[in-house]
Design a protein around this ligand. Structure first.
Ligand SMILES: NC(=O)c1ccc[n+]([C@@H]2O[C@H](COP(=O)([O-])OP(=O)(O)OC[C@H]3O[C@@H](n4cnc5c(N)ncnc54)[C@H](OP(=O)(O)O)[C@@H]3O)[C@@H](O)[C@H]2O)c1
Length: 248
């Protein structure tokens, strides 16, 4: 068991695949209680059953992060079942890359709703509990695209830059409540993320890039574990990591 992870109640959005699923597995192995949110209820229920079967404590709550009430219900369920909310991982996201000139306005709106407003709803849901506890930890998921902008990735990069700005503002404001704030910015990690691209040519290019370079999702889980496992007076504010072979 890792110091300062065992016994914590950790809420994870986007826990049905990729980075969220890998994080749920690792933190559960290390003794955390995990509360899993995503729209695909079958996936998170199966994961919760597996983790509970392995001696962990896990709860699945079907959640669409574009609905503020559902995000509140996810966090409230964690507090009701386990008495507190120690870590809120705002991880749910999608990446429907396309050049702006194709005017995929529906994709733009969904990206903002999930990647940015979903994070805000997670903050709104968990902050009152953490203020009351005078302890807590937000982990918000940005990206290398929160540092760099590339063609066809403008809207995604805009949301991920916004997540970093939001996290820094949150960090400054919650000091008085003894709350920690970490933003993690991964490079290419092998998940279902490229499947959210709706333009065939862009999708092909990104899939080829990921197949060449992407690293496993447990890389992200280890970053989360590193930040959470620090002593409570140590606040890891920002982690940027890439596959060793990734240049940009
Ligand atoms: N993989 C990478 O290379 C990479 C790099 C940098 C940053 N990231 C970020 O990492 C985060 C996780 O992505 P991933 O790579 O793990 O991709 P993924 O495998 O596609 O997972 C995305 C997760 O987000 C959830 N999600 C999407 N829309 C949602 C909604 N409306 N409500 C609730 N959950 C929703 C999905 O669950 P449901 O579909 O079941 O709802 C899924 O669990 C994202 O924020 C992504 O931007 C990934």
């Amino acid at each position: 068991m890792s110091t300062n992870i065992e016994g914590k109640v950790v809420v994870i959005t986007g826990a049905s695949s990729g980075l969220g699923e890998a994080t749920a597995r690792l933190l559960s192995e290390q003794g955390a209680t995990v509360v899993l949110g995503a729209r695909r209820a079958d996936r998170i229920e199966a994961l919760a059953a597996e983790l509970n079967g392995n001696g962990g404590r896990a709860l699945a709550v079907a959640t669409d992060v574009t609905d503020r009430g559902q995000v509140k219900a996810l966090v409230d369920a964690a507090a009701q079942a386990y008495g507190r909310v120690d870590v809120m991982i705002n991880n749910a996201g999608l990446m429907p890359h396309s050049p702006l000139e194709r005017l995929k306005v529906g994709d733009w709106e969904q990206t903002i709703d999930v990647n940015l407003k979903g994070v805000l709803y997670g903050i709104a849901a968990a902050l009152p509990y953490m203020q009351e506890q005078r302890a807590g930890h937000f982990i918000n998921v940005s990206s290398v695209a929160g540092h760099k902008v590339s063609p066809a990735g403008a809207v995604y990069a805009a949301t991920k830059h916004a997540v970093r700005a939001l996290s820094e503002g949150l960090r400054q404001e919650v000091k008085a409540y003894n709350i920690r704030t970490t933003v993690i910015s991964p490079g290419a990690v092998a998940t279902e993320l490229p499947d959210s691209i709706t333009e065939a040519d862009v999708s092909q290019g990104i899939h080829e890039f990921y197949e060449t370079i992407a690293i496993p999702a447990d890389s992200f889980a280890r970053m989360v574990a590193f930040a959470v496992s620090q002593p409570e007076d140590v606040d890891v504010n920002e982690i940027l990591y890439r596959p060793t072979r990734q240049m940009l």
